[in-house]
Design a protein around this ligand. Structure first.
Ligand SMILES: NC(=O)C1=CN([C@@H]2O[C@H](COP(=O)(O)OP(=O)(O)OC[C@H]3O[C@@H](n4cnc5c(N)ncnc54)[C@H](OP(=O)(O)O)[C@@H]3O)[C@@H](O)[C@H]2O)C=CC1
Ligand SMILES: CC(C)CCC[C@@H](C)[C@H]1CC=C2C3=C(CC[C@@]21C)[C@@]1(C)CC[C@H](O)C(C)(C)[C@@H]1CC3
Length: 420
């Protein structure tokens, strides 16, 4: 009976299969250290050979590792507190639905109070800047450790709970993509927890630490640093406020919880997404008021597109009869669900990605035009979203067939109007 709910073997492998997965397992940590080490040099030039990696005895610090564990532990404790509502995820293979607690925004509020109290008591956040490499190394160890434990746990998981994208039978590939879809310890959902809390809040905290360090060095924070902090904080707050929306993302619905997401959430996001702020500490930039206003408007434009496109789709998916979306044109599909073909989703096929990429540019522009390094996020993110868009199209074509082809005919551009 349960056999028909078994997750089928993953046939179409992504990221270049096991070899690609193996390369990424080494490349992702190497990239973090390359970026951080280069950023610490005076020239911060991508053309120079990167400085050598400090010896392991310098990178490993039990103190920073314990601090990292304390941070993740605080977030885990806040996640478990019975505050906020409980909601249901999408219907799973075995027709069940998991329950999720929606309290990330509350967790952020409590975290802000804890950090605020710490600052009032003399806490030096610039410790994070001073021990940035050690913290990144600790996050790397934590991510590898957790990924191995998750893979081991998945070997004993029922076949109905495996991830459709990480069940190839190849251990390296499944370790990377995630073998189990929603690994839980009791009601504690590890993927859902990691996706938003320790990493995203950690990113905001790291940015604030960079601002504190700059203030210690130069007496006051620069306009460029303030803009980077404000823009990225808005993005983090937005994600936490709209927490429920991640329950329908590819990461939660399709991808397992393996090295890609564990490392992405715990190490990649806090240590590479904060690169602009890290760069500004040692490479101060003069920003005229008119430039700042221009960048502010660009970020506002990106954010409006990102937020209204995501909200339009989420509202439509939750209730197609909601008055905010009833005026929009749709295409019926064989699954009974409809596809939007007007409004933002009639402009390009991934308007939310367009808004996100515009914001990415606005986050790097305060770092000036003299260095390529702080633009890393723009390049990486454009590649990530183009690849993600291709993965999503593939899944939508499988799900909706002819209706998806009709959608592509009526909305020919994927992300950038008239370009791509
Ligand atoms: N900062 C970062 O590092 C990252 C940010 N992001 C951001 O996360 C957000 C979510 O992205 P992601 O999860 O990739 O995907 P989307 O939110 O774009 O969701 C894609 C899904 O939307 C549905 N859909 C697609 N077209 C239509 C349509 N015309 N009408 C109705 N439904 C449609 C389909 O699912 P269905 O039909 O089943 O509902 C499709 O699978 C984005 O804003 C993205 O920019 C993503 C990755 C990394
Ligand atoms: C470099 C690797 C090959 C891939 C690593 C990918 C991860 C870093 C990202 C995959 C999807 C993500 C999302 C967000 C952060 C980055 C990762 C984990 C997200 C939480 C950022 C905030 C947004 O508002 C969101 C929509 C909630 C994002 C969801 C996807």
């Amino acid at each position: 009976m349960m056999d028909r709910y078994k997750t089928p073997r993953t046939k179409e492998l992504e990221f270049g299969g096991p070899l690609g997965a193996m390369i990424l397992i080494f490349l992702m940590p190497a990239t973090i250290f390359y970026l951080l080490l280069t950023c610490r040099t005076e020239q911060a030039s991508v053309l120079n050979f990167p400085p050598p990696l400090p010896p392991l005895s310098t990178l490993w610090s039990p103190h920073t590792f314990l601090l990292l564990l304390a941070w993740v532990g605080l977030q885990a404790a806040l996640y478990m507190l019975p505050m906020g509502k409980v909601t249901e995820g999408i219907v799973l293979r075995d027709k069940s639905r998991l329950q999720y607690r929606i309290n990330a925004f509350h967790a952020m509020g409590v975290t802000a109070l804890v950090v605020g109290a710490g600052l009032a008591a003399g806490l030096r956040l610039s410790y994070i800047y001073d021990h940035f490499l050690q913290l990144a190394f600790s996050a790397l160890l934590l991510a590898f450790g957790l990924s191995f434990l998750l893979y081991f746990k998945s070997l004993f998981a029922p076949e109905t709970t495996l991830a459709p994208g990480g069940n190839s039978g190849n251990p390296i590939y499944d370790f990377f993509m995630g073998h189990e879809l929603n690994p839980r310890i009791g009601s504690f959902d590890l993927k859902y927890f990691c996706e938003l809390r320790p990493g995203l809040l950690g990113w905001a905290l790291v940015n604030m630490a960079m601002l504190m360090k700059e203030t210690e060095l130069r007496g006051s924070p620069s306009l460029a640093m303030l803009l980077v902090n404000a823009f990225q904080l808005l993005y983090v707050v937005d994600a936490l406020w709209n927490e429920e929306a991640i329950l329908t993302t590819m990461d939660i619905v399709h991808d397992g919880f393996g090295f890609m997401l564990v490392f992405g959430d715990l190490a990649w996001v806090p240590f590479t997404y904060s690169l602009q702020a890290y760069f500004l500490v040692n490479h101060p930039q003069k920003l005229s008021l008119s430039m700042a206003v221009g960048i502010l408007l660009l970020n506002g434009l990106g954010y409006c597109i990102f937020r209204s496109a995501n909200s339009q789709k989420n509202t439509f998916r939750r209730n197609p009869n909601d008055p905010r979306v009833t005026g929009l044109k749709t295409i019926p599909t064989a699954t009974g669900r409809r596809l939007l073909v007007s409004g933002w989703w009639g402009f390009v096929r991934h308007p939310n990605y367009l808004g996100d990429i515009i914001m990415a540019l606005a986050w790097s522009l305060p770092c000036g035009l003299t260095h390529v390094l702080p633009y890393f996020y723009v390049f990486y993110f454009t590649v990530l979203l183009i690849h993600r868009e291709a993965r999503d199209e593939h899944q939508c074509l499988r799900k909706y067939g002819l209706a998806w082809q009709e959608y592509c005919r009526r909305v020919p551009y994927r992300i950038f109007p008239y370009l791509y």
